[in-house]
Structure formats: structure tokens, C-alpha cells
Design a protein around this ligand. Structure first.
Ligand SMILES: *[C@@H]1O[C@H](CO)[C@@H](O)[C@H](O)[C@H]1NC(C)=O
Length: 205
């Protein structure tokens, strides 16, 4: 009777020792992992033109990105696409508000909506293509993606230039500019993360 009680006590103690150990080592490992993941994003972003925007937009996805340059680039592209689409939607809405802007500015707005639409297509194509990249087609595919993302960046710049010197409500102009500038910065960062991934020479994993 006494012996089996002692046995049970030892078993219980061992269970606790073991489980405490497991828990604490799991916590330590995952903390280290998440520090590594965050550090990876910080380092990668430091090579972009807008490192703060890069870090702030991507760090929330650190646990998905881990230290994978392809996932990093494709997450950056997704964020860019989302921002570009939302800018396009906002501009379409504004263009429908009667009397919001003078005729000349309205024409610039229409042109801008068109080129931002092109930019959305180019980004979408890049995201799709990045999903198909393999070792066997690596250079060709990465080259295509770099071309499309550069084209998107050019389209956004064109859009912004279109408003230059146009008479329009200062608040409206500032709002549109702020959105487009943000999209340009996201796109520029995505391009530099794509170049970084391309420089790894390998598609995997
Ligand atoms: C990017 O978006 C696509 C389409 O919505 C999705 O399938 C993919 O998982 C996303 N990639 C990343 C890395 O979040």
C-alpha cells in the first residue's frame, strides 16, 4: 500500500517535471523562432527604399513568412495589390461625385484610373507567376515578374504626374496623392524584395 503510494507520487512528480520542461522548452524555441523571423524581415526590409513601411506592413505576417524569401516577396506583392485595388476603388468613387473636380482634372483622373487598372493587372499577373516559379524556369519567370512590377511602378508614376499642375480642390488632390504615393512605395518595396529573391538563384522551397 505504502509502496504503491510512493510509486504514484514519483510518477506524478516525474510527470510534472517532464511537462514543465516540455512547456518551457517549447516557449523558448518559439520565442527564438519568432525573433529570428522578425529579424529576417527587418534585415530584408533594410535593403528597400522605404524600410519602415516595409517592416510595418510585413512584420504582422512574420510567422507565415519565417525566413522564406519567396513568401516574403509574395506577401509584399499581395499587400501592394490590395492597396492598389483600394486606391483604384476610391478614385472611381470620387470620379462619380458630380462637380468634385474641374474638367481638366476629371480627365487626368480618368487617365489615372485607367493606368492604375493596368497596374492592378500587372501585379495580379506577377502574383500568379510567382506561384509557378520553379528551378527549371527560374530566370525567365523572375525576369517576367520584375518587368511587370516595374511596369506597375511606371504606371503609378504616370498617374501621379497627370495631376501635376491641374486645378482642383487641394484636399481632394492631397488625398489622391497620398494614396498613390503609398501604392508607389509599396510597389517599390515589393520590387526590391523580388530582386532579393531572384538573387538567391533558386526557386525552392
Ligand atoms: C497572396 O494572395 C493569394 C490570392 O489571394 C493567396 O492565394 C496567397 O496565399 C497569398 N500569398 C501570401 C504569401 O500571403
Amino acid at each position: 500500500m505504502e509502496g504503491s503510494f510512493a510509486h504514484a507520487l514519483v510518477a506524478l512528480l516525474m510527470f510534472f517535471m517532464f511537462s514543465t520542461n516540455t512547456v518551457s522548452s517549447t516557449v523558448t524555441t518559439s520565442t527564438l523562432d519568432s525573433e529570428t523571423n522578425i529579424e529576417y524581415i527587418k534585415t530584408s526590409c533594410s535593403a528597400t527604399i522605404y524600410p519602415r513601411l516595409c517592416y510595418h506592413s510585413l512584420s504582422i505576417y512574420a510567422s507565415d513568412i519565417k525566413t522564406n524569401p519567396k513568401v516574403l516577396a509574395s506577401t509584399a506583392l499581395n499587400i501592394t495589390l490590395k492597396a492598389t485595388k483600394s486606391t483604384a476603388r476610391m478614385m472611381i468613387k470620387m470620379s462619380k461625385i458630380h462637380g468634385l473636380m474641374p474638367k481638366e482634372a476629371a480627365a487626368a483622373m480618368a487617365d489615372c484610373i485607367e493606368v492604375i487598372g493596368d497596374s492592378v493587372d500587372e501585379l495580379q499577373q506577377s502574383i500568379e507567376e510567382l506561384g509557378h516559379v520553379r528551378n527549371s524556369n527560374f530566370w525567365l519567370t523572375m525576369n517576367d515578374i520584375e518587368t511587370w512590377v516595374s511596369a506597375a511602378l511606371t504606371d503609378e508614376d504616370t498617374c501621379m504626374d497627370g495631376f501635376q499642375g491641374k486645378a482642383m480642390n487641394a484636399n481632394v488632390k492631397t488625398l489622391i496623392r497620398r494614396h498613390i504615393v503609398r501604392v508607389v512605395h509599396y510597389t517599390s518595396n515589393a520590387l526590391s524584395l523580388i530582386n532579393r529573391y531572384a538573387s538567391k538563384n533558386l526557386a525552392s522551397p
